[in-house]
Design a protein around this ligand. Structure first.
Ligand code: SAH
Length: 362
């Protein structure tokens, strides 16, 4: 199979599919049929596209090999219902996604890069270094592969969060193109408010995103209430300190009227004191926002505070008028936290003995 990188079918909008097929002499309605099969019915095999003429199926198969630009090579299910997926890419790299079911919805947390260049010291992905950006097709295919693989009794995917491996705003075009495909009426038809992008704080891209004036949710990883501490765990803060970051956030709100969600990983003895909560409330005082407190997923040098201390932190924020919630922990038994499955798994799927699943082969 010839790998087409950015031009893989799965990463094309319906107009682009039409353009690609027009070169081969196919009319527009064929492109719409193909697009529906890919993003509405989510087949994992070109031969399942029943209403297409055989020569077109053959052409697609020859040119693209599979409707998916990445394949599930391993999956682990937690006792709480969370499912972690490991995907193999055409070049042997791997990325992860996590399915998080709730009563009436299913969220998928997707990756946007192989590794990450931001180097946050508490992040398993950051510690593994940066390899490359994912293409739009590779981002979209994580979602479609999971939609195709999910057992029918599970809540269907209703929300997508760009909170897996990598920095979405460092792969801006591919992420926005994937978000557009998720919204497509002929495809998944997901509302913008069901999509969330999380950034470590790339200020120019936050402004660029604000200017698009979408209703896509923005989450910003803050994690510390002052520059010294934020710079010590998030190198990006040396380039874009808190004041500049919060200015860009205010700009986002002024353009979109949307509330920002600030992520704050609570680390014992680092950023979890009464005074830290007050300082945080102070810097966010004038902002339309919500704080998502995440007891840190323990990695070397970063431990989570006791539950009572987490609650106290939340109460101090609320007493200062800042809306806050504590993220419920899920899937710790399956290494569901960022970057962990890939770390445990290494790069050779065949060396693992645990339950694994190959997705339907073409
Ligand atoms: N690069 C983006 C999105 C990917 S990470 C960003 O920085 O926002 C998604 C979230 O998980 C971020 O808030 C990140 O800071 C957080 N995170 C990373 N490692 C973590 C850990 N060990 N414990 C808790 N949260 C962590």
């Amino acid at each position: 199979m010839e790998y087409l990188g950015k031009l893989h079918l799965a990463g094309l909008e319906v107009d682009q599919v039409a353009e690609a097929l027009a070169h081969e002499g196919w009319p527009r309605f064929r492109a719409e049929q193909v697009f529906r099969w890919l993003h509405q019915k989510v087949v994992t095999n070109f031969t399942s596209m029943h209403n297409l003429p055989k020569p077109l199926i053959n052409h697609l198969q020859e040119k693209y090999g599979s409707p998916l630009a990445c394949q599930i090579i391993l999956q682990r299910e937690s006792i709480d219902g969370t499912i972690k997926y490991l995907f193999g890419l055409f070049d042997e790299n791997t990325v992860e996604a996590v399915y998080i079911p709730e009563k009436d919805r299913g969220t998928l947390c997707v990756s946007v890069q192989v590794g990450c260049a931001m180097n946050c010291s508490f992040c398993a992905t950051g510690r593994s270094g940066f390899v490359r950006n994912l293409s739009t097709a590779e981002i979209v295919s994580q979602v479609n592969a999971v939609r195709a693989a999910l057992p029918p009794e599970r809540p269907r995917l209703s929300n997508i969060v760009f909170m897996g491996m990598g920095e979405p705003f460092a792969n801006f075009e591919a992420v926005m193109a994937a978000a557009a495909i998720f919204q497509s009426e002929l495809g998944m038809h997901l509302g913008q408010r069901r999509i969330t992008i999380s950034t470590c704080g790339l200020v120019p891209e936050i402004r660029r995103f604000a200017d698009l004036k979408t209703q896509i949710n923005l989450a910003v990883s803050l994690h510390a209430p002052d520059n010294d501490r934020r710079s010590s765990v998030m190198p990006i803060n040396r380039r874009y300190p808190i004041e500049e970051l919060l200015d860009a956030c205010r700009y986002y709100t002024s353009r979109t009227n949307r509330r920002i969600s600030f992520e704050y990983a609570l680390v014992e003895g680092f950023n979890d004191s009464h005074g830290d909560a007050q300082m945080l409330a102070e810097i966010l005082q004038d902002m339309l926002c919500h704080v998502n407190i995440i007891p840190v997923n323990p990695v070397e040098g970063f431990q989570r505070p006791e539950a009572s201390r987490v609650q106290r932190f939340k109460q101090v924020l609320e007493a200062q008028g800042i809306a806050a919630s504590v993220r419920k922990e899920r899937g710790t038994d399956i290494e569901a936290a960022c970057g962990q499955l890939r770390q445990v798994h290494g790069r050779t799927p065949s060396s693992r003995t645990e339950r694994r699943m190959r997705s339907e082969s073409p």
